[in-house]
Structures are given as C-alpha cells and as structure tokens.
Design a protein around this ligand. Sequence first.
Ligand code: SF4
Ligand code: SF4
Ligand code: SF4
Length: 353
Amino acid sequence: MDQKLNMKINGREVHFLRGQTVLEVCREHEIYVPTMCHDERLQPYGACRLCIVEVAGVPKPLTSCTTPATENMVVTTESPRLTRLRKTIIELLLSNHPNDCMCCEASGNCDLQEMAYLYGASLDRFPGEKWALPIKEDNPFITFEPNKCIVCGRCTRICNEVVMAGTIDMTSRGFTAMPDTAFSKPRSLQNCEFCGQCVSACPTGALTNRKSRGLGRSAEVEKVKTTCAYCGTGCNFFLMVKDGKVIGVESDYNAPVNQGNLCIKGRYGYDFIHSKDRITTPLIKEGDGFREASWDEALELVASQFKQIIKEHGPDTVGGFSSSRCTNEENYILAKWIRTAVGTNNVDNCARV
Ligand code: SF4
Ligand code: SF4
Ligand code: SF4
C-alpha cells in the first residue's frame, strides 16, 4: 500500500500520495484553487496559469496543476500577490474577448465569466487588437465562436488524449493561435466522431452544442441524472430539462463508468424522447395492419402463442436472442426466462460473435 506523505497547505497539515500534484491534493482536501485549462479527464497542461500557488523557498509562484506534491512542502493558495496575478491573467484574457455575456449561450455556465466576477476583473485594462472571426457552424452538432476562445487547449487535448480522434489541434502561433482541423477543413464524418467531447471540455462559450442553442440557459433548466439507454456500458449524464422538455445533455464528471465522457449517441441522440412517432402502447397485428392493445392483452397473447408452440413442437423450437445493448440484468432475465419458463438452453447474445 502507498505510504501517506505530509505537506502543509494554508497552514493545514494534509496527507497525500506520491505522484499527486499540488492541485490534486488541494482538491482532495476541498481547498479551492481556480483553474481554467484544467480538466480531470486530461493530463496537466499549465496553460492558463490561474492555479498558481506559492511554495515556501521558491521565489516565483508555481502552477499547482503541473507541480508534484513533495514531502514537507509548504503551500499557500491565497495571498494578495496571487490574487493580483490571477486578476491580471483574467484581464489579459478579457482584452481579446467579445464580453457579450448578455447574449452568450454559455452565460451562467462559463468559467471565464465566473473568474472575472470572482476577481473583480476590469474589461478594458489592456485595450488593443481583438479577433473578429466568423462563427463556424460547419457541422450539425457544434457551434464554434472563435472570438470567445481563450486557447486553453482543452478541446484539442480531449480530442487527442481521450477520444483519440485527432480531429483538431492548435494551429498557428501567438495572437493567431486557434484550435482547428487540419487545413481548416469542415468537420465531417471522415474526420470527426461528433462526440461533442470538445464541447463538454470548453470552459467558455467558444464551443457550444448547436441543438441546444437558444433553448435555455443553465439557470433555467433542471438537471436530471440518468443512465444512457443506447448500450449496456451504463454511462451517466444529466438531461437538461426545461418546461418538461429535454433540451440537451451535460456531462456528469462524477459518473463512475464514464467520468463525464460520452459518445455521439449519449450526447446528441435524445430527439427520440419527444418524437411523435414513438410507440406508446402495445400493437397487435391484425391482417395487414396493427391495432392498439393494453399491456395485459398483449402479454396474454404472446404467452398463449408461446405455450401453443411449445405444446405442439417442443421447447427446443423456441430460442432467445438478447443484445449487448441491454444491461446485464436484462440479459440475465432473458436467459433465465428461456431456461426456466420455456425449458430450453437455446439462448444467445449478439456480443458472442
Ligand atoms: S464566453 Fe463566457 S465570458 Fe465570454 S461572452 Fe460568453 S459567458 Fe461571457
Ligand atoms: S466532436 Fe469529438 S472527434 Fe470531433 S473534434 Fe470534438 S472531440 Fe474531436
Ligand atoms: S475552443 Fe474552448 S476548449 Fe478549445 S481552446 Fe478555445 S476555449 Fe479552450
């Protein structure tokens, strides 16, 4: 078992394990450190510099996300110098930012807005050149507003480190640095999985879900935790519900199975919920068509037909095929029903081949 080591944070003695960063130790002990480029799903990056802390014996502040915790280290996370530096960092970001929170899709759910408020940042301390780039909507799921990008690299890193799709990366350098596809080609099924992982990682309104735009801000929606119904993996996420209607999906970073990660189906495949084509009652085939029936009537009919087949031709003429898209419990129930109620071992699952 790993040996617990000791360090001091803000005068408090805390334990940690070898290999943890200062930021990880702070978070584990509920000590607030602001971050913008950090995402627990990704490798530490140290780009935004907001997580700077003071370490005794080190003259300059260090980024806590990239600094390993060491035995007997003495760390300070809040001081007038750190506050001044963090405020300046935010003001530098705001110097090239549209600052149009009033109309922004991300307002209320934006790390930059939250930090600017927290540190009382001025919008115009560093006046100068600003981007005036067009909004990109070259794919069905994602809107990219480059003027709101703070070049934190979370989108490019999640695309490369977690999704491993390699669709986007940082292009250019300096003032013109920007996440983009190779040669600025539109995202398409050839080069993008449309998983929306980049959107989930973006700390500002630069990347937003197209399907949800304009339908409601975070303060207006109720977040309902649920489990994805598309496959048996069991990913969790939040359904964003406004006025009884699902308007989007948000990552659940604490989900044990998927830690905030989702595929295209979980993140964007929710239209069926309110589809008028959904079958809401059992249907019984009559002639060339179907008629609506109650659950009791439908189940009674299915049971009597099975009984008749088994009586006339034996239980081995019946078989059960289940799906890897079902949960373990559903697969178990099907196998049990076929073996015990029908009386045959003709059970199979699509995942076997
Ligand atoms: S991205 Fe954030 S800070 Fe920028 S306009 Fe939108 S809400 Fe405001
Ligand atoms: S949608 Fe997924 S694959 Fe496409 S750029 Fe974003 S993270 Fe990469
Ligand atoms: S688009 Fe968002 S996640 Fe990507 S670099 Fe810009 S601010 Fe960061």
